[in-house]
Structures are given as structure tokens and as C-alpha cells.
Design a protein around this ligand. Structure first.
Ligand SMILES: [Fe+2]
Length: 183
């Protein structure tokens, strides 16, 4: 499966533009993580791009979310490693994180939300002026973007990144596609 085929499939299955943007942001962070860790950038990027492909199809049912996503990814030609990462990013299944790809997707997913929220509170609602240290401050403010799971983001340490490094990498990755994100 090519990246374009993955994106087409995401657009076929997801109407909500913000959800598509979330998957693009996750893809960008996953590509940056793969570069940083000398992993397969295409594999990691496509995994990020596809990870929530089933959110509308499963309609809030956390018991099927990400199981269906993993199946759809397999049908598109994703490897078992990619399908596993998609499956276990939803904690409801209690599938342990095993590979670096599993762990990377797990911590990248919520980081997109924190960074997006940090941009949206600015007067221009853009990423360009957002600094890593302000995202770090927001991270500590529990009431800010309260739905973002900080503990999940902190698990970047399991792939060898300190939180500050991870925030910096994620912010730079999302700034790189700011136009696509509308931020
Ligand atoms: Fe997600």
C-alpha cells in the first residue's frame, strides 16, 4: 500500500475533517520519530495515518474501535506489525505495547491534541508562534485540554525520548504540515 492509497482510504471512511487532520498530524509525528530512531519512515507514517480510520465506522464503541481499524489496515496491505500498533493504541483491548512502533503510536496520538490546543488558544490560532516550552507549560496545566492523556504522552520515554525532546519533535513535525492542518 502506498501513502496515497492509505490517505484515499482514510478520506473514504472519515467525513470529519478534524479527524482527518488528527491522522495527518499523527502521521507527521510518526515520520519524525522514525527518522529520529532510524526506523522505517514509510511504515511508521502510514501506521499513524491509518490509526483512527475506523472511528466513525465504530461510532464510539471502544470495544470495536481499533479492532476494525487493524482489520481495515490489513485489508489495505498493512503488515502485522502495523496492524498490531493500530490495535493496541486503544487501551480498551488490554493488548500490551510490544514493539517500538506500538509505543510510538501510543504516545504520538495524544501529543497531536495537546499541540493543536496550544495553537488554538493563540490569537492567530496558528502553530507558527507556538514554542516547545509553552507546550511543556500546557502539559503541566491539568485543566488545559483536559482530555489529553499526559501519562500516555510521557510514555515516549519507553522509546528513549525525554518528554522535552518529544514535544519539540512533535511540534516541529506538525509545523511542517501546518497548512494541511489549517493551523
Ligand atoms: Fe488518534
Amino acid at each position: 500500500m502506498t501513502r496515497e492509497e492509505a490517505l484515499d482510504s482514510v478520506k473514504d471512511n472519515v467525513e470529519n475533517k478534524n479527524l482527518v487532520k488528527h491522522m495527518l498530524a499523527t502521521e507527521a509525528i510518526m515520520c519524525a520519530l522514525a527518522r529520529c530512531l532510524s526506523e522505517d519512515e514509510e511504515e511508521w507514517g502510514i501506521t499513524g495515518l491509518l490509526h483512527d480510520i475506523d472511528v466513525e465506522l465504530t461510532d464510539g464503541d471502544m470495544n470495536s474501535h481499533s479492532k476494525l481499524g487493524a482489520d481495515l489496515a490489513r485489508e489495505l496491505g498493512a503488515s502485522e506489525t502495523m496492524a498490531h500498533a493500530i490495535l493496541c493504541h486503544n487501551e480498551a483491548h488490554d493488548v500490551p505495547l510490544e514493539t517500538n512502533l506500538d509505543k510510538a503510536l501510543f504516545c504520538a496520538d495524544p501529543l497531536t491534541g495537546l499541540i493543536t490546543a496550544a495553537a488554538l488558544v493563540r490569537p492567530d490560532k496558528k502553530l507558527v508562534g507556538v514554542e516547545a516550552r509553552s507546550v511543556r507549560k500546557r502539559f503541566k496545566e491539568k485543566s488545559f485540554a483536559a482530555g489529553v492523556n499526559r501519562e500516555q504522552i510521557s510514555r515516549c520515554r519507553e522509546i528513549g525520548l525525554e518528554l522535552d525532546e518529544f514535544i519539540e519533535l512533535g511540534l516541529a513535525a506538525m509545523k511542517g504540515i501546518a497548512d494541511d492542518l489549517g493551523l
